[in-house]
Write a new protein. Structure first.
Length: 183
């Protein structure tokens, strides 16, 4: 299937830093909050699953409870997808170059304390959508190496620091990418 690409002529460069507290922090200073749909509906899902376990397997009430749980899971997934689609479309349409980090999502999911929050933000889905939307809207997606010390490098002078992670981390991703593209 072939899709016509749309060229908006944007030359703006934006760096995107994905996180657990905020879905994305842009190099422009904007912070985009994630929907955290699973966290909001987790108690309701837990209660419904507990009630489902109390039913006789194969009964009509068991089947109804199973459908009800499936509807809630679909609702949670749709909220997450909606947030990601809106953000990725906004980025791809309004910026000519988008810089993101290459995250080891499967490795991050191995941390059992952060896995639920990372899954709720859908980092890999964000990158997948951004990839095809950049092709669609004529933007350029640049993925910075995961081993690049973006959080340690000063965005102004380029020296390596050993402290504080802040908004400068996002700016470092952009400056690192610009240095790589110039070479």
């Amino acid at each position: 299937m072939e899709v016509e690409t749309q060229d908006h002529g944007n030359t703006d460069v934006v760096g995107v830093d994905l996180g657990v507290k905020t879905l994305a922090t842009l190099s422009t200073g904007e912070m985009v909050l994630g929907a955290k749909s699973y966290k909001k509906h987790e108690a309701k899902l837990s209660k419904m699953q507990w009630l489902h376990r109390q039913k006789i397997i194969g009964s009509n009430n068991w089947k109804k409870a199973q459908l009800q749980i499936a509807r809630w899971h679909r609702k949670v997934a749709n909220i997450r997808k909606d947030t990601l689609h809106k953000l990725t479309t906004l980025l791809a349409k309004n910026h000519g170059v988008i810089v993101i980090e290459d995250l080891n999502v499967s490795g991050m999911m191995a941390n059992r304390k952060l896995a639920k929050a990372i899954a709720d933000m859908s980092f890999f889905e964000f990158r997948r959508q951004l990839t095809y939307k950049c092709q669609l809207y004529g933007s350029k997606l640049v993925v910075v190496d995961r081993w690049f010390p973006s959080s340690k490098t000063c965005s102004n002078c380029g020296t390596k620091k050993k402290h504080s992670r802040s908004l400068s981390e996002c700016l470092n991703v952009v400056s690192a990418n610009l240095q790589l593209t110039v070479i």
